[in-house]
Design a protein around this ligand. Structure first.
Ligand code: EPZ
Length: 418
């Protein structure tokens, strides 16, 4: 039987939780190891299903990966075998497309399955492909695969039509080994982009402006090995803060970069929680019933789409009407139906969800549909009266390292079954 989480709600969470390394920084960092034959050492890879998936893909591409007793992971790609990312892997994790840029730069060719859509939307990669073409690659689509060829990538000015996080990361990795200068305009400013640039710089790349909308990359002939510590996961941190707020508890998340969470902290304050912070921690104290708040997801440093489902669970208990607008993905309200089964009163109208707060949720048997939706169902279960079960927990395990253990340590009555 597939694993499920069983939750007995109503316990105010109290205590301190240390946050794991960021999934969305670990994935591009692992892909970057394809850019060199030298060893790359990652200090703190999170134990996540998506990390396991990309490790398997890298091994198929010729990577030798070992986990050392000191919790570091050593990756070496002495040579790339067949530069191909097969459909059965890409279809389980869209972020596999992050090997496209490194394979093109390292070997001059790549064959990567087009990612299908996923629960939250179509999620095309046209911006990635247009960028590679600007760098001189020949791109064709054959039988659901992207075929990319480039004898030598040449630096270019690239202006993406929309902000894309992995698109920016893919193009930055390809440009690192291109001939000449590349400028990426309209680049994503998410902290994970700057973290990847930090690794590339340590490998010998010449990059300026990562983390801003304009990134300039001077191509170099080759890159060396490096040692890298991945930034903490701002979305896990935000999720744990919402857990403290929604249960009316008192939770401190540590080992974080507060600046990566400013929009989430501001929204929690607006919703009535008491927030405090220091150099590497943030503390939330729930103050009774949340107040309604209007939220619109946007690119960093605005409110992150990856926190939308979690904050909806909180606002579902507010004493009034909140409007939540999802501007990044076209179908990221899969959690609404399940929250409504717990007594929430949420109506969606296109990209906007109208959340009419209720006094409490009733526990219920629930089913997860995607990573952040499953987190929002767990949060609602923690606040609900009675018992809640969340099935298809594999969605949660893609992006949270033993979330139920972190929550248990804060006093939650939550167990994993099966
Ligand atoms: C990254 O996905 C994250 N994943 C996502 O986190 C996150 O939600 C998203 O950025 C937005 O912040 C990783 O970093 C591995 P995008 P990504 O390209 O790069 C459209 C999670 O829960 N688009 O910034 O795939 C796209 O359809 C995951 O951890 C194009 O149209 O997102 C979307 O609507 C979910 N063409 C929007 O742009 C393209 O070529 C933003 O996508 C690329 C994107």
């Amino acid at each position: 039987m597939a694993a499920l989480l069983e939750i007995e709600g109503g316990v105010p969470l109290r205590g301190t939780a240390a946050v794991s390394a960021a999934k969305n920084a670990a994935l591009p960092a692992l892909a970057a190891s394809l850019l060199t034959a030298e060893p790359v050492v990652m200090e703190n890879l999170p134990l996540l299903a998506d990390v396991t998936t990309i490790r398997r893909l890298l091994e198929r591409l010729g990577a030798q990966i070992t986990d050392e007793p000191d919790r570091t992971t050593h990756i070496r790609v002495p040579a790339v075998g067949r530069p191909e990312a097969p459909y059965e892997l890409v279809s389980t994790m869209r972020a596999s497309v992050l090997v496209l840029g490194p394979l093109l730069a390292r070997t001059g060719s790549a064959r990567v399955a087009l990612p299908g859509g996923c629960a939250i939307g179509l999620r095309p990669i046209d911006q990635h492909l247009k960028g590679f073409q600007r760098l001189g690659a020949e791109i064709s689509i054959q039988n659901g695969y992207v075929e990319a060829r480039a004898s030598r990538l040449k630096g270019a000015r690239i202006s993406t039509d929309l902000v894309t996080v992995t698109g920016t990361e893919n193009l930055m990795m390809a440009a690192a080994l291109a001939e000449g200068t590349t400028v990426i305009e309209n680049a994503a400013c998410e902290p994970e982009v700057a973290d990847l640039a930090g690794l590339l710089l340590a490998m010998g790349a010449k990059i300026e402006g990562a983390g801003s909308k304009r990134i300039e990359i001077q191509g170099v002939p080759d890159l060396g090995g490096a040692r890298h510590r991945i930034i903490p996961d701002r979305i896990e941190a935000g999720t744990l803060l919402v857990a403290g707020a929604i249960t009316g508890g008192d939770v401190t998340v540590t080992g974080i970069v507060p600046a990566h969470l400013s929009a989430v902290v501001a929204t929690l304050e607006e919703a009535g929680s008491k927030l405090d912070g220091g150099p590497d921690w943030v503390r939330v104290e729930g103050q009774g019933r949340p107040r309604p708040v209007d939220v619109a997801t946007t690119v960093f440093p605005g409110f992150p789409t990856d926190m939308q489902a979690q904050v909806m669970a909180l606002l579902g208990l507010a004493d009034g009407l909140s409007r939540i607008t999802e501007t990044i993905f076209e179908n990221r309200f899969m959690h609404v139906a399940e929250l409504n089964r717990m007594g929430a009163r949420i109506r969606t109208d296109g990209a906007t969800a109208l959340v009419r707060g209720v006094a409490h949720y009733q526990g219920a048997p629930l089913m997860a549909t995607d990573l952040r939706a499953s987190a929002s169902l767990v949060l609602a279960g923690l606040a609900a009266q009675g018992a809640t079960s969340v099935s298809r927990v594999y969605h949660l395990d893609r992006g949270y390292e033993r979330l139920e253990v972190k929550l248990q340590r804060l006093g939650a009555r939550i167990v994993r079954r099966g």
